[in-house]
Design a protein around this ligand. Structure first.
Ligand code: ADP
Length: 431
């Protein structure tokens, strides 16, 4: 069982990171090289966020230059990227950008989002002004003012990852199923729905599974950076799926909880769940389904009531074994989607005990109750029961939160093995 060298690249918002993994298969991996290049932030105004895609190419080439300090570049046989989902632009047949890239958080496509709402079913991943589909319709609309439909027909849709994969391989108009979800691709039926075809006037990309052979790297890049001429580039996935893969989760019943500003969970399931009222959708991944949902509650509520240093001081004073029984629902503001779907749900943070220590304890207890309910809700909706929960995010540093979770979640709890998406993405294609 010999090892292989895989190059994984995570394309984020503030930079790109490359990792070379020497792999004999899942959890028999060694990170033998890593490097990072920062990128200028997108240009943002109130509801707009864009970037010149030429920056991505420059950053990628810088990354390749830095890779030269790895001694075995020519031994790398596989290359795979993950990128920010729903960042998109339109290109012509030569891969020349015809529009700026609208970034993941761009929300200008409100009119287009309304069209999508009328045309598409609730469970589509393409809803909202920041969906890839809304952005593509906005870009198309923008170009139609100056270009003929004939010209537009020769353009193609480039997710951030497609643009870079085109640069690497010269292959156009192909993307992976995970990035395609927010463009309206129907993973269940494995095709573009009619309503999406009707809305978009330029051709929709071919869609393949993440981790599919795309093409060998371009000879020019081989010469310039000393790559192996047989280096195969594979289709990738989104940044959050790549981070999930890094955690160690790999079996049905494995999950990742992110204890971030908000609480997000992802569970590997043998069945998909699409429950739009809860904001739950599913990505196809290696023949299984990655079901995800996010609560509006999370670590940010703790920081609203306590400065971080106060929090750190009070945590050890909590009597974990004496529950407050206050059953808070700690939100920053009214409104929740998952695990309770109610746009007007008020935060519950009363009655407030005299002691700040007990108040803090009650908020943490409330956050744990929400996570318990979240996993229960997923299994009501058709996923298997959660068996292992890998944990990521700043909440890992909150010992009280972690202890209460371990007591109340009916699953094995452990920290994520790794949170590096550039490493995680290599697991799409390792043996
Ligand atoms: P984000 O989702 O914004 O990236 P983080 O994952 O960095 O947030 O942090 C999420 C939460 O973790 C914070 O809101 C806070 O409640 C908690 N947290 C962060 N650092 C610490 C710490 N040193 N001790 C205890 N809790 C912490």
């Amino acid at each position: 069982n010999h090892s292989e060298f895989i190059l994984g690249i995570d394309v984020g918002t503030s930079g790109m990171r490359a990792v070379v993994v020497e792999s004999k298969g899942f959890s028999e991996e060694k990170i033998v090289f890593s490097t990072t290049v920062t990128m200028p932030f997108p240009e943002r105004t109130s509801n707009q966020s864009e970037q010149n895609p030429a920056i991505w190419l420059m950053t990628l080439e810088k990354l390749f230059s830095q890779l030269q300090s790895f001694n075995n570049v020519s031994k790398i046989t596989k290359l795979v990227l993950d990128a920010t989902s729903s960042t998109v632009l339109l290109c012509d047949q030569n891969g020349t950008p015809k529009t700026p890239a609208l970034m993941y958080d761009d929300k200008r496509a409100q009119t287009q989002a309304n069209l999508i709402k009328k045309a598409g079913p609730n469970e589509s991943g393409a809803h909202g002004a920041s969906s890839t589909l809304a952005k593509v319709l906005w870009l198309e609309n923008h170009l139609q003012a100056t270009q003929s439909q004939q010209d537009l027909n020769a353009y193609f849709i480039c997710h951030q990852i497609d643009f870079l994969n085109y640069f690497l391989t010269g292959k156009t108009n192909i993307t992976d199923e995970n990035n395609a979800l927010k463009l309206g691709y129907d993973s269940m039926r494995q095709g573009w729905p009619e309503w999406v075809k009707k809305l978009v006037s330029i051709p929709l990309p071919d869609v393949v599974a993440p981790g599919t052979e795309l093409a060998k790297i371009q000879p020019g890049l081989t010469q310039q950076y000393g790559f192996n001429p047989n280096l195969m580039v594979y289709t990738g996935t989104t940044d959050s799926i790549a981070a999930f893969l890094a955690s160690g989760a790999n079996q049905v019943g494995d999950a990742v909880t992110s204890l971030g500003s908000t609480l997000a969970i992802k569970l590997l399931s043998d069945q998909p769940v699409f429950a739009p009222q809860y904001g739950i959708y599913s990505h196809r991944l290696k023949g299984q389904w990655l079901v995800g949902g996010a609560s509006n509650a999370g670590g940010a509520v703790l920081l609203k009531y306590f400065a971080l240093d106060t929090l750190i001081e009070l945590l050890p004073q909590i009597h974990i074994d004496k529950p407050t029984h206050l059953h808070y629902y700690p939100l920053l503001e009214p409104g929740e989607r998952f695990p309770i779907s109610n746009a007007k749900l008020p935060p519950k943070l009363t009655p407030r005990p005299d002691s700040d220590i007990e108040f803090l304890q009650a908020i943490i207890e409330g956050l744990v109750e929400i996570e318990v309910l979240a996993y229960e809700r997923l299994s009501e909706l058709g996923t298997p029961k959660v068996k292992r929960i890998f944990t990521a995010g700043g909440g890992l540093k909150n010992a009280v939160w972690m202890t209460l979770r371990a007591q109340q979640l009916a699953a094995e709890i452990e920290p994520a093995n790794n949170t590096d998406a550039a490493f995680g993405v290599t697991r799409l294609i390792s043996k």
